[in-house]
Design a protein around this ligand. Structure first.
Ligand code: GLN
Ligand code: ZN
Length: 705
C-alpha cells in the first residue's frame, strides 16, 4: 500500500445522484432504482480510482445524503418520531409533511453541511452494519479490496453533544470491527476531524480511552484514524499513545512534529480543500520529513469538497487550467508523488509564494457612528422603526430561464430585468416600506454574479461540489489579481432609484463572503486576496454614492464561516476580516448609510467584531433562531421579524410582539424592521402578504411609541 485518498465526491460526475434523488422524492422512481444509481456511481468511482493507479481504495465514502446521517443510522440513533415515516432516512434528512428534519450545520470550516445527530436519553444504540458491509461486498464482487471509511466514535458523539454516551457508541464500533474483520477487511478508516479543534483534557482522555478499547478488540482490521482540516496539536501524542496502526494527518494545514516508529502515516500532502495543483517539491519535502514505519501518500481530507474532473471543462484559459487540479487530477498527483518519493527524486522547486504586499493603511474618511447617525437622520428623514428588506425579491422561472438562455439578445434580457425591478419597487411603494431594494433580479447568486464581473475570477461549467444532500454549488475560481474593470451594479441601482422618491439601497456582497464562497488562489495570503476584493467593492460603493444612492448594503453572511477552528487563531482572522470590510465601506461619506446583513444571530463570539464592522445598520436572522435581539447593540439593528425560510405568512400580532420584545432591549431610534433574509426563494404572493402584516404591525407599534 502506497497511495490512497481519504474520500471522493459522490454526487456523480454529471450530478447523477442529484437527479435520482429528486426523482425519488417526486415519486418518479422507486427506492430500488435510486439505490441502483448509487451502486453505479460507486462502481464507477472504484474503477476510475484503480485506473488512475491508486492502490488502496476507500469504500463507504458514498452517501445518499450525508455521511454523518449514515453514521447515526448505522448506530441506531434514529429518533422515535421518524421511525414510522415511509422512509426514515430521508425523513431525518428533509422532514415530511408533519415532521421537521434534523438540524443541519456546517461541517467544520468547509461549505459542506451535515445533519446533526440527535441523541436523547431514550436513544438505544444498536449496530446496523449493512451499509459499510454492503459496500465492501459490492467492491469485492468487482475485484476490489477496500478500506471502509466512517465517522469515528469520538467525533460522532462530540457532534451530537453527547460525550457521556461514548461508551455505548464504542460497543457498536467494537461489533462493527468484528463484522468487517469477518468480511476479510484489513484496514478501516475512522474519521476524527473533531481532533483538530480545541479539546478539553476530559475529551482528550476520552480519545485515549476510546482507541485503547477499540484496539483491544480481538481479531479486528488495522485502524487508520484520520484527522483533517488542521493540526492535531495535543491530540497527536494522545493518539500516538494508543496502539492504532495508522494515523492520517493533514500536512497541508497541519504538521507531524513527532516520530511514529512502527506506525503507518497517511500523509495528506495533496489538498482536498482547494482546486490548485500540488507544489511537488513542497509535498515531497513534507513526505520525506515524516518519520514513521511506513508512509502512504494521501489527500489532506476527502476529495468530496472539490469537483470531479478538469477534463470536461472546455472554456478555461490554458494558463489557468495548468494551475488546476480537481478530484481526478489530485488522485493522479497522489500517484505521481508516491512514485517520485519512492525513487528519491528531487524536482526543482516551483516558484515560491509571492511575498505578501505591505498592509495598506485603512482609509478612514468617515466620522464616528454617533456623528454620522445625525447626518444620516437629517439626510434620509426616515420614520422611527424604518421598514426594509434584505435585498432579493422572488425570482420567477421566466427570469431564471432567460438568464440561462445564451441565445436571448442582451437587450431583451435587460428589459426583462428592468421589468422585474419595476415590479419590486411598485410592490414596496404600495405596501409602504421605507427603504426600498431593487430586488436583485439580475443575479444568479450573490457571489457568482460579482465573480462574473470582476477581473481575477473564472467560472467553471461543471465544477459542482456538494453543499448538502442534493444541493450543489459551483464556486468561482479566484485565480488572479482582482480588479473591477467597470461598474457592476450601478445601472440597476440608478434605474430603481429613478422609479421612486424613497431611498433605494445599493446592494453589494462583502469581500469576506466573496472569498469564502470561492476557490481562492493559494500563492498569496488569504488576507491579501480579500483586501483586493475589498478595494474592488470600495470602487463600487463610491460609484453608487456618486449616482445618488444614499443607503448601501454590503452583505457579509459568511463572516463567521471562515472563522478558524482553533480559538487561538480567531482574533487575528477577525481582525483582518473586519479590516477588509471597513476597507470596502469606509470610503463612503458620512451621510451615506452603510448596512450589513449576516445570516445568523447567535453571534456572541463575534458580536464585538460585528460592532467593529462599523456599519450603521446591521440586519440579522433572529426570528428563525428564536434568539432575542442582542441587548444594547450600539448601532442600528434589524433583528428580523419573520423567518423567510418557510412559506408561512406571519401574523400581524406575531410581528408586533417581536417588535415589542426588541424595544425592551434597544431604543426605538436604533431599531429597524425587516424579514430575516432575502426573499428570493419565496413567491410574490407570500411576500406581499407577509410584508403587509409587517407594515401594519410596525404602524401600530410606532403609534404607541
Ligand atoms: N442580499 C442578499 C439577498 O437578499 C442576501 C442573501 C444572504 O444573506 N445570503 O438575497
Ligand atoms: Zn441572510
Amino acid at each position: 500500500m502506497r497511495t490512497t485518498v481519504l474520500g471522493y465526491p459522490r454526487i456523480g460526475p454529471n450530478r447523477e445522484l442529484k437527479r435520482a434523488l429528486e426523482s425519488y422524492w417526486d415519486g418518479r422512481i422507486t427506492r430500488d432504482e435510486l439505490d441502483q444509481v448509487g451502486a453505479g456511481l460507486r462502481e464507477e468511482t472504484w474503477r476510475r480510482l484503480a485506473e488512475l493507479g491508486l492502490d488502496a481504495l476507500p469504500s463507504n465514502t458514498f452517501s445518499l445524503y450525508d455521511q454523518v446521517l449514515d453514521t447515526a443510522v448505522m448506530l441506531g440513533a434514529v429518533p422515535e418520531r421518524y421511525r414510522e415515516a415511509e422512509d426514515p432516512y430521508f425523513a431525518m434528512a428533509r422532514g415530511t409533511q408533519g415532521l421537521a428534519p434534523l438540524r443541519m450545520t456546517k461541517w467544520f470550516d468547509t461549505n459542506y453541511h451535515y445533519l446533526v445527530p440527535e441523541i436523547s436519553p431514550s436513544t438505544v444504540f444498536r449496530l446496523d452494519a449493512s451499509k459499510p458491509v454492503g459496500e465492501v461486498r459490492q467492491a469485492r464482487a468487482l475485484g476490489f479490496d477496500t478500506r471502509p471509511v466512517m465517522l469515528g466514535p469520538v467525533t460522532f458523539v462530540l457532534l451530537a453533544g453527547a460525550l457521556e454516551r461514548l461508551d455505548e457508541v464504542l460497543g457498536c464500533y467494537e461489533e462493527l470491527l468484528s463484522a468487517l474483520a469477518a468480511e476479510g477487511v484489513s484496514w478501516v478508516q475512522l474519521d476524527e476531524p473533531a481532533l483538530v479543534c480545541d479539546r478539553t483534557k476530559e475529551e482528550l482522555e476520552a480519545v485515549r480511552a476510546a482507541y485503547e478499547r477499540l484496539c483491544a478488540r480481538p481479531s479486528r482490521p488495522s485502524l487508520l484514524v484520520a484527522a483533517y482540516f488542521g493540526d492535531l496539536g495535543e491530540a497527536l501524542p494522545v493518539l500516538a499513545g494508543t496502539p492504532v496502526e495508522g494515523i492520517g494527518v493533514d500536512l497541508v494545514r497541519g504538521s507531524l512534529p513527532i516520530e511514529l516508529p512502527g506506525r503507518t502515516v497517511f500523509a495528506g500532502v495533496v489538498s482536498g480543500r482547494d482546486v490548485w495543483r500540488t507544489r511537488e517539491a513542497e509535498a515531497l519535502a513534507a513526505l520525506r520529513a515524516v518519520r514513521a514505519g511506513e508512509v502512504v501518500v494521501s489527500t489532506s481530507c476527502s476529495l468530496q469538497h472539490v469537483p470531479y474532473s478538469l477534463a470536461v471543462e472546455e472554456r478555461l484559459e490554458p494558463a489557468l487550467r495548468e494551475r488546476l487540479a480537481f478530484a481526478e487530477e489530485k488522485v493522479a498527483e497522489v500517484v505521481a508523488l508516491a512514485r517520485l518519493f519512492a525513487e528519491g527524486a528531487t524536482p526543482a522547486p516551483t516558484s515560491a509564494a509571492a511575498p505578501a504586499g505591505a498592509e495598506r493603511a485603512e482609509p478612514s474618511a468617515r466620522s464616528p457612528y454617533e456623528v454620522r447617525a445625525k447626518v444620516q437622520a437629517e439626510h434620509l428623514g426616515l420614520p422611527k422603526l424604518p421598514i426594509t428588506t434584505i435585498g432579493s425579491f422572488p425570482q420567477t422561472a421566466q427570469l431564471r430561464a432567460a438568464r440561462a438562455d445564451r441565445s436571448l439578445p442582451r437587450a431583451s434580457y435587460e428589459a426583462l430585468v428592468e421589468g422585474e425591478i419595476e415590479r419590486a419597487i411598485r410592490v414596496q411603494e404600495r405596501l409602504g416600506l421605507d427603504v426600498l431594494v431593487h430586488g436583485e433580479p439580475e443575479r444568479n447568486d450573490m457571489v457568482q454574479y460579482f465573480a462574473e464581473h470582476l477581473d481575477g475570477f473564472a467560472v467553471t461549467e461543471h465544477g459542482w461540489v456538494q453543499s448538502y444532500g442534493s444541493r450543489c454549488t459551483r464556486p468561482p475560481l479566484l485565480h488572479g489579481d482582482v480588479g473591477r474593470p467597470a461598474p457592476i451594479t450601478v445601472r440597476w441601482a440608478r434605474y430603481a432609484q429613478s422609479l421612486t422618491a424613497k431611498p433605494v439601497k445599493g446592494m453589494l456582497t462583502g469581500p469576506v463572503t466573496i472569498v469564502a464562497w470561492s476557490f481562492v488562489r493559494d500563492d498569496l495570503p488569504l488576507r491579501e486576496v480579500t483586501f483586493q476584493v475589498a478595494d474592488a467593492i470600495a470602487r463600487e460603493v463610491r460609484d453608487l454614492e456618486s449616482e445618488g444612492i444614499s443607503v448601501i448594503q454590503v452583505d457579509e453572511p459568511a463572516l463567521r464561516e471562515l472563522l478558524p477552528l482553533r480559538a487561538s487563531a480567531q482574533p487575528s482572522y477577525l481582525q483582518w476580516a473586519v479590516a477588509a470590510y471597513r476597507r470596502a465601506t469606509s470610503v463612503a461619506a458620512d451621510r451615506t448609510q452603510i448596512h450589513t446583513h449576516l445570516c445568523y444571530s447567535d453571534a456572541e463570539q463575534i458580536i464585538s467584531a460585528i460592532d467593529a464592522l462599523d456599519a450603521d445598520v446591521t440586519t440579522i436572522e433572529s426570528a428563525r433562531s428564536g434568539a432575542p435581539a442582542p441587548e444594547g447593540f450600539p448601532r442600528g439593528l434589524g433583528p428580523g421579524v419573520y423567518d423567510i425560510h418557510s412559506p408561512r405568512v406571519p401574523s400581524e400580532e406575531e410581528v408586533e410582539s417581536l417588535l415589542k420584545a426588541a424595544l425592551d432591549v434597544l431604543p426605538a431610534e436604533r431599531l429597524w424592521v425587516n424579514p430575516d433574509c432575502g426573499l428570493k426563494t419565496r413567491t410574490y404572493e407570500q411576500v406581499e402578504a407577509s410584508l403587509a402584516n409587517v407594515v401594519r404591525a410596525t404602524l401600530r407599534v410606532r403609534e404607541a411609541l
